[in-house]
Design a protein around this ligand. Structure first.
Ligand SMILES: Cc1cc2nc3c(=O)[nH]c(=O)nc-3n(C[C@H](O)[C@H](O)[C@H](O)COP(=O)(O)O)c2cc1C
Length: 183
């Protein structure tokens, strides 16, 4: 078959290898633009994304809100993007919408040579306090972003982690063709 999966899908990974090189404002604009084109229920685009740069004093507060195991590698990311939704109606759909928007950002990042890593491991109260997200909102995930780094500069443990093959269930048990007409 000549048709191929688009490389951004295949090459994106939850990376722990970031460089200290800066992401440009033009690149940030492209990340935002990609995010905006995600589908959402009734096109409500319910996501709110707060960007925190390493150069800002508040970076440390966001870093401290992450689980210890995430801090080990996330401290090298240049940017944290905090994805949240308001807690009113259509909550389930909003959770789905913001997932699509995060995936768009990660794939666009991949095409720009920007490494990304979504996280669910953080303290909700601390992350909200750090970036003034109201109590009645949900932080859905935090995305670490940074230009792709040099594997050889990583500590041994992170180097092993970054080099590991990504694995997927290839037996297709999640996909059901019993209602498919093969003739
Ligand atoms: C909602 C969500 C939460 C996640 N939370 C964490 C996390 O707290 N720490 C972490 O290291 N990885 C986290 N990950 C990354 C997953 O472990 C990763 O996507 C998965 O192992 C597949 O690897 P890949 O993204 O490299 O393909 C999270 C991913 C998602 C989608």
């Amino acid at each position: 078959m000549n048709k191929k999966i688009i490389p951004e899908i295949l090459n994106r990974k939850s990376s722990v290898c970031f460089s200290s090189e800066s992401i440009s404002l033009e690149e940030i604009d492209l990340l935002i633009e990609a995010t905006k084109w995600a589908p959402s229920s009734r096109n409500m685009q319910p996501w709110k994304v707060i960007f925190v740069s390493k150069k800002h004093d508040n970076y440390k507060n966001v870093l401290d809100s992450l689980s210890d195991s995430n801090q080990i590698w996330a401290k090298n990311a240049e940017i944290f993007a905090i994805f949240s939704i308001s807690d009113d109606k259509n909550l389930k759909r909003k959770f789905l919408d913001i997932g699509f928007c995060g995936q768009n950002m990660m794939l666009q990042a991949e095409s720009l040579g920007i490494a990304s890593h979504p996280m669910g491991g953080w303290n909700e109260e601390l992350v909200k306090r750090a970036v003034s997200i109201p109590d009645n909102n949900h932080v859905v995930f935090v995305l670490a972003l940074g230009k792709k780094g040099n594997l050889n500069k990583l500590d041994a443990d992170l180097k092993i982690r970054e080099s590991k093959d990504r694995v997927r269930d290839h037996n297709r048990n999640n996909f059901n063709f019993s209602n498919w007409d093969l003739n």
